[in-house]
Write a protein that binds this ligand. Structure first.
Ligand code: HEC
Length: 132
């Protein structure tokens, strides 16, 4: 009896720990480049503008098996923070050699929103936004 009570307590603890450790999908992000808070709307979803900008620009090189020397990239290749760094620092070679040339600032912000929202650390099955 005592042992089974302990098992129940441990199980309950795991459930609570699991829920509190999982990060719910973000609803907004701070953009360090423009010093603004961006509230997400449908453009940051996989069927919105951000995803389309990603497909039409970045994916022209960053697809699997490309011969341009570009690593395969999708939204879950990086964490939210790492995607923010990509757009804030513009450290990738392709950002500096003009390959992002036809992207306006607004395009970059929307694209950053999409990648941030769908990064590798933002899926939470306990959040209705993610599975409901
Ligand atoms: C013309 C082709 C081309 C386009 C378009 C392009 N890239 Fe790249 N990208 C590359 C190549 C090639 C590299 C690898 C450069 C190197 O060796 O460092 C790279 C590297 C990167 C990296 C660093 C790789 C890593 O694993 O961290 C990131 C991040 C990145 N690109 C993001 C983007 C994003 C976001 C876009 C769209 C806005 C984009 N790229 C568009 C060719 C491209």
């Amino acid at each position: 009896m005592k042992r089974s009570a302990l098992v129940v307590v441990v199980m309950v603890l795991f459930v609570f720990l699991g829920v509190s450790l999982a990060q719910a999908s973000p609803k907004k992000r701070f953009d360090p480049g423009t010093q603004t808070c961006r509230i997400f709307d449908k453009d940051s979803t996989w069927w919105g503008n951000g995803a389309e900008i990603f497909r039409n620009n970045c994916k022209s090189c960053h697809f699997r098996g490309n011969d341009k020397g570009a690593p395969f990239l999708y939204s879950e290749s990086k964490s939210s923070r790492a995607w923010n760094r990509v757009f804030f620092k513009k450290y990738p070679e392709c950002a500096q050699d003009g390959s992002w040339g036809n992207l306006t600032l607004e395009d970059q912000l929307v694209l950053n929103d999409y990648l941030y929202r769908n990064a590798n650390d933002t899926y939470d099955p306990n959040d209705a936004d993610d599975c409901g």
